[in-house]
Structure formats: structure tokens, C-alpha cells
Design a protein around this ligand. Structure first.
Ligand code: NAP
Length: 281
């Protein structure tokens, strides 16, 4: 027989955590995502992992994808659970539409809703290539993961957001999509596409209560950039007015803000999170 004390405390599988009116009245500008469910692509490491931790610390239940790092994904699940949150890792390759459908469906099955989508999964080929020698395979791979993947996940998530007339989509762009990046035209094109995709969706989905924004980082110290940053040494960060590159947490904070009620009148924004490196409005 279940212990009645425990039964009272445990939530049914789908039940979201409730925000307490009193807690909100006490801290009106605190970010509280209790009751929200977030889907984060590429959550196993880097910026995506920091987003999972930030969203979960703010009270959201999180479903995140990984592609190759199953162990890291399981560890993150455990870490969220140990802190009293709920996170579920799903193996999904965002370049495959069916995987994106399954990722969003996992959130609906496990938590009954999908309110927030962070399109973060991405790739960048450190070696780069001049456009005259850039292979079809490299071009297609970058576009499929970085741009098509964001489209597939967005398409899968929007119906659930529309149904509730509430949604937040945050796309991870890049300064490369704003000012270009020599020898990385595939990556720059994919991120430029993300920026236009964000703007188009903000006008299309605003009337349905869904806000769509992008965060555009410059260098962030993650596995993606680590070898390049090591090779370049301190000079890499020194070209920024802040004299350094960003941490993944410094990208996750602005993502969290855009998902929160504090950003309820912001849509179609490309938020520069680049340490003042490029100033574009
Ligand atoms: P990262 O450390 O290399 O992590 C990439 C994440 O994306 C991992 O979780 C990886 O999964 C996942 N991923 C890669 N290909 C995938 C695919 N086909 N399907 C599903 N997931 C896939 O990169 P990061 O630096 O955190 O980058 C995150 C985002 O920020 C990217 O969109 C990137 O373009 C953007 N960004 C990064 C920087 C930077 O300097 N780092 C700057 C500007 C923008 P596994 O771990 O399972 O392989």
C-alpha cells in the first residue's frame, strides 16, 4: 500500500509543477518556468547542455536530444534529477525529419506539452574551405543539420504551442550569419538562414501567442571551438571589447530570458551575445 504522505507529494507523470502565486508576488522579476516543458536540441554538451541546466533550474521540465554522446546525455539527466528537476534525453539526429517528430512527441508523451523549443544543435567544420573547393557533401551536411534541423523541429513543435496559444522558440544563430565568415560559407549561410527563418516565423506565429527569437553568439568555449581557440591562444578573445570569449552559461542566460515572461513583448529579435564584437541592430 502506498505511503499516503508520499502519495500526496508525488506528482502524476504528466502533472506539471505549479507556480505558487505567493512566490511570484514575492519575486515579480524572477524567472519561473514551473509548469512549462522545454525541448532543447543538442543538449548533451556545450551551449545546449547549459540551456538544459538553466531551463531546468528555472523549473521547466526538459526533453533534450543528443546524437553521439549517449553517456554525456545520461549524466545530464542524472544531474538534473539530483537537483530535483526532470529531464529526458532522446537520441535524435536533427537532419532527419522523423527524429525531430519523435523528439517533440517524446515531450508530449512524457510531460503532456511542449511550450519551449531551443533549436541549438549545430555543426561547424573547423578546417573550413574556400568556396571553389567546398564539397557538395560539406555544404549539404551543414545546411541539413543547422538549418533544415531547426525547420523540422519547429514544424513538429508548433501545433502543440498553437493549441495552447503560448510558445517560445529560440534559435541559436551566430555572428557568422550576421557578418559572414571567410572559409565557412556553408556555416555562414546556414546561420543567415536561421536569422531569416526567425524573422519570418515571428510575424507568422505572433498572432498565435508564439514568440520567436534568436541568440547570436560570437566565440563560445565549447567542444566545437576548443581546438581553434587553443591554436589561436589569447589573441582569439582579445579582439573582443571584453577581452575574452564566452562561456556556454553566458549564452544560456539570454536564452532563458527569452523563454521567460520578462521577454513577453520581444519577438523577431536577433540578440547579440557577442561581447560587443559586432554591433548590429
Ligand atoms: P558543440 O559543443 O559541438 O555541441 C553540439 C551539440 O549539437 C551536441 O549536443 C551534439 O550532439 C549536437 N549535434 C550535432 N549534430 C547533430 C545532429 N545532426 N543531430 C542532433 N544533434 C546534433 O557545439 P556548441 O558550441 O555548443 O554549439 C551549439 C550551437 O551554438 C550551434 O548551433 C553552433 O553553431 C552555435 N554557435 C556556437 C559558437 C561557438 O563558438 N561554440 C558560436 C556561435 C554559435 P552530440 O554531443 O550527441 O554529438
Amino acid at each position: 500500500m502506498p505511503d499516503p504522505k508520499h502519495a500526496r507529494r508525488s506528482r502524476p507523470r504528466h502533472a506539471p509543477r505549479r507556480r505558487t502565486q505567493r512566490a511570484r508576488a514575492r519575486r515579480p522579476h524572477a524567472i519561473d518556468l514551473a509548469g512549462r516543458v522545454a525541448v532543447v536540441t543538442g543538449g548533451s554538451r556545450g551551449i545546449g547542455r547549459a540551456c538544459v541546466l538553466a531551463l531546468s533550474a528555472a523549473g521547466a521540465d526538459v526533453v533534450f536530444s543528443y546524437r553521439s554522446r549517449a553517456k554525456a546525455a545520461r549524466e545530464l539527466e542524472r544531474r538534473v534529477r539530483a537537483a530535483g528537476g526532470r529531464a529526458v534525453a532522446v537520441h535524435a539526429d536533427v537532419s532527419r525529419p522523423r527524429d525531430c517528430d519523435r523528439l517533440v512527441r517524446s515531450a508530449l508523451l512524457r510531460f503532456g506539452r511542449a511550450d519551449i523549443l531551443v533549436n541549438n544543435a549545430g555543426i561547424w567544420e573547423p578546417e573550413g574551405a574556400e568556396v571553389a573547393t567546398l564539397s557538395d557533401a560539406q555544404w549539404e551536411k551543414t545546411l541539413r543539420v543547422n538549418l533544415d534541423g531547426s525547420f523540422y523541429c519547429t514544424r513538429a513543435a508548433v501545433p502543440a504551442m498553437r493549441e495552447r496559444r503560448w510558445g517560445r522558440i529560440v534559435n541559436i544563430a551566430s555572428t557568422a550569419g550576421q557578418r559572414g565568415e571567410a572559409l565557412h560559407s556553408d556555416y555562414a549561410a546556414s546561420k543567415g538562414g536561421i536569422i531569416s527563418f526567425t524573422k519570418a516565423l515571428s510575424t507568422e506565429l505572433g498572432p498565435h501567442g508564439i514568440l520567436v527569437n534568436a541568440v547570436a553568439p560570437w566565440w563560445v568555449d565549447t567542444d566545437m571551438s576548443h581546438d581553434t581557440l587553443e591554436r589561436e591562444g589569447p589573441a582569439a578573445g582579445e579582439s573582443s571589447p571584453l577581452g575574452r570569449v564566452a562561456t556556454p552559461e553566458e549564452i544560456a542566460g539570454p536564452v532563458l530570458f527569452l523563454c521567460s515572461d520578462l521577454a513577453s513583448f520581444i519577438t523577431g529579435e536577433i540578440l547579440n551575445v557577442n561581447g560587443g564584437t559586432i554591433l548590429c541592430g
